[in-house]
Design a protein around this ligand. Structure first.
Ligand code: ATP
Ligand code: MG
Length: 320
């Protein structure tokens, strides 16, 4: 029953490839079955998170040992939706050597001198490892879509980016490029899962206020965040189109309710565990040819240990 319900929740967040996608069908404030007291729902979500964290740590070991797949986890969201804290909570317990987080900010001059996928390609996880993208190549059809004037600094040959209106076909090409890129990655052993942390405008406003009011949180707030908030509807439109065009079998999007952090963390961690499990990896098996050598090594070690134990039990000669 529990598993069935979890599957339903995951399915509620999953954006089906090739289907019309509307953000209004996804409630940022979703917090489970309201007939159950909130305290119990919270406890359930927290227990689930801790179960997932343990499973994730085991799954990561298998990913590393099998050495056939890597996992790329993409996080996109409006400011203050909780990307950082979700990453922190979900990855607790993971071996830091097997995981790498990359945060993508405004591109540098060097990055602008390359194609828009270049900097993301450089940060991809190697086989056996988990890579987390805190923002990603998707900024190119989100923030850049909302601010097409940014294209000017990309110096693209065939684009009059100074035009107030960049043609729709341009963005369609970017979606095609991204889908091609992700399909290539998947075919070559990088599993991909993408999360949009769906916070409401109201909750974002509350969190901004908290940041301004509390001295310890002020550093998280920048005045630029308010300018982007003013373009909320444009961002939502860009998210809607991007997610619809790029949720695929090989790199699905999940739209996660983000007004309640305990909900966000529990669902995200579950989806990551499910994604790794779906890869059906096997622990590496010892080839028959190595078995004999291993057996010999075992006997040799046992003999050495037995001898040294015997040695340490031999009484020391009397000093007097
Ligand atoms: P936080 O605010 O929690 O520290 P953040 O991810 O918002 O995290 P910031 O340094 O505040 O980090 O913002 C990074 C900014 O860089 C965002 O506004 C994002 O839209 C912008 N950015 C990322 N990629 C691109 C891109 N390819 N082109 C233009 N702007 C980009
Ligand atoms: Mg920010």
């Amino acid at each position: 029953m529990k598993t069935r319900k979890l599957e339903d929740i995951i399915e509620m967040c999953h954006v089906r490839p090739g289907k019309k996608f509307r953000l209004k069908d996804h409630d940022p404030g979703w917090e489970g079955d309201q007939s159950i007291p909130e305290e119990r729902r919270r406890q359930f979500a927290e227990a689930l998170l801790s179960e997932n964290v343990t499973e994730l740590s085991e799954a990561q070991e298998l990913l590393y040992a099998a050495d056939t797949w890597s996992l790329l986890v993409v996080f996109q969201a409006m400011d203050a939706a909780g990307k950082d804290s979700t990453i922190k909570h979900v990855l607790t317990g993971i071996n830091p050597q097997g995981c790498h987080v990359t945060s993508f900010k405004q591109p540098s001059v060097e990055e602008l001198d390359h194609n828009f996928l270049w900097r993301c390609s450089k940060a991809l996880p190697e086989r056996g490892k988990i890579g987390i993208f805190n923002r990603s190549h998707y900024e190119e059809t989100l923030v850049v879509r909302v601010h097409p004037e940014y294209l000017k600094s990309q110096q693209l040959p065939d684009l009059q980016a100074s035009d107030a209106k960049v043609k729709k076909s341009f963005w369609k090409q970017r979606f095609d490029d991204i889908n091609g890129f992700e399909s290539h990655l998947h075919r070559n052993g990088t599993a991909i899962v993408k999360f949009f942390l769906n916070v409401s405008k109201e909750e974002q406003g509350k969190r901004f206020l908290e940041r301004i009011n509390e001295r310890d949180k002020l550093w998280k707030f920048s005045l630029g965040d308010l300018q982007e908030r003013a373009r909320w509807d444009d961002y939502m439109e860009a998210y809607e189109e991007t997610i619809e065009a790029t949720s695929t079998e090989y790199a699905p999007w999940y739209v996660i309710p983000a007004d309640n952090k305990w909900v966000t963390r529990a669902i995200v961690s579950r989806v990551i565990v499910k994604t790794i499990k779906s890869l059906n990896m096997q622990w590496p098996r010892v080839p028959d040819s190595d078995r004999l050598a291993l057996e010999k090594a075992r006997e040799q070690l046992l003999a050495e240990l037995t001898n040294s134990r015997k040695g340490s039990r031999t009484p020391k000669p009397d000093a007097t």
